[in-house]
Write a protein that binds this ligand. Structure first.
Ligand SMILES: [Zn+2]
Length: 288
């Protein structure tokens, strides 16, 4: 009896096994179907991906065309500059040079005047803004954000500072204020052009005496607010011995070797930059 039972059990097991086999076969078929479906889906996805690539390429081309049109517009705007001041008219008629403007003490009131004399003027933004983060220090940014409290809430103003120069003796520093970041920088660039001034260069180092214009001719001092700054000439090869933001100014002025000494709240970037400008302008006051 026991044997029979076992056989029966075994039969049952076999039956089950056959059933499981059938099930497994069905599963396999289903899996195959699924895999085939997946493959088809993948193919469709690939096609869609190709289409997307094509669409993206078309978009990029559109953007390029748009940029081209904008550039052409800009150029046409620059070409169609109509001077509003007397000095502007004189410049357009080519009766003056840039040196004459500073020699006779004209005041530049249009940024296009500078552009017409120096077309390859280089621009740079000085990071005057930023927010103090966790753990000390300040994360510097281009635009300074100031907030004033009003009846209806907070009014935000943004300001920026820019330097322009031709790396050959002409430098301008400008400050701009606006409601948006981009416009503040744009205004700063424009003001920097208007505030253009010549930088007197030379070799005032007693160790060098090469006579080339790689440094400044003598020691100068400048001051703005609490910041007091002293610029000293150095021999060739020393480089710019100054903070990174101040280096930008010297680089655009065409000074390659200089040493600075400062005093006061130099963390106030605005005053620090103005003090350097003041010192460089004082170079022109001296009569040699
Ligand atoms: Zn020298």
């Amino acid at each position: 009896m026991q044997k029979n039972k076992e056989e029966g059990e075994s039969k049952i097991v076999r039956g089950e096994s056959s059933e499981t086999k059938k099930k497994s076969k069905e599963k396999k078929k289903e899996q195959e179907l699924e895999t085939s479906e997946n493959q088809e889906e993948e193919k469709i996805e690939e096609r869609v991906g190709e289409n997307q690539e094509k669409v993206e390429e078309a978009k990029i081309e559109e953007k390029k065309e748009f940029k081209k049109i904008e550039k052409q517009k800009k150029i046409s705007e620059e070409e169609s500059w109509v001077p509003k001041t007397k000095l502007g008219n004189l410049v357009v008629e080519k009766k003056l040079t840039l040196e004459d403007i500073f020699k006779f003490g004209y005041k530049i009131k249009e940024s296009e005047i500078v552009d017409s004399f120096i077309p390859d003027l280089e621009e740079e933004v000085i990071y005057i803004g930023g927010s103090p983060g966790k753990g000390g220090g300040i994360q510097r940014r281009a635009a300074r954000r100031t907030v004033r409290i009003h009846k209806s809430g907070r009014r935000i103003n943004l300001s920026a500072m820019a330097v322009v120069g031709n790396k050959n003796g002409y430098l301008g520093i400008g400050f701009g204020r606006a409601l948006t970041n981009k416009e503040a920088i744009k205004k700063a660039m424009r003001n920097a052009r208007i505030n253009l001034f010549p930088v007197r260069r030379g070799c005032g180092s007693a160790e060098c005496k090469c006579g080339e214009e790689h440094s400044i001719p003598f020691v100068t001092v400048g001051k703005t607010g609490s910041v007091l700054i002293k610029l000293m000439p150095t021999p060739k090869g020393v480089g710019l011995c100054a903070p990174n933001e101040i280096k930008k100014i010297f680089r655009l002025a065409g000074i390659r070797d200089i040493r600075i000494r400062s005093r006061g709240q130099t963390g106030t970037r605005l005053n620090f930059v103005y003090a350097v400008e003041n010192a460089l302008k004082n170079l022109n006051k001296m009569k040699l």
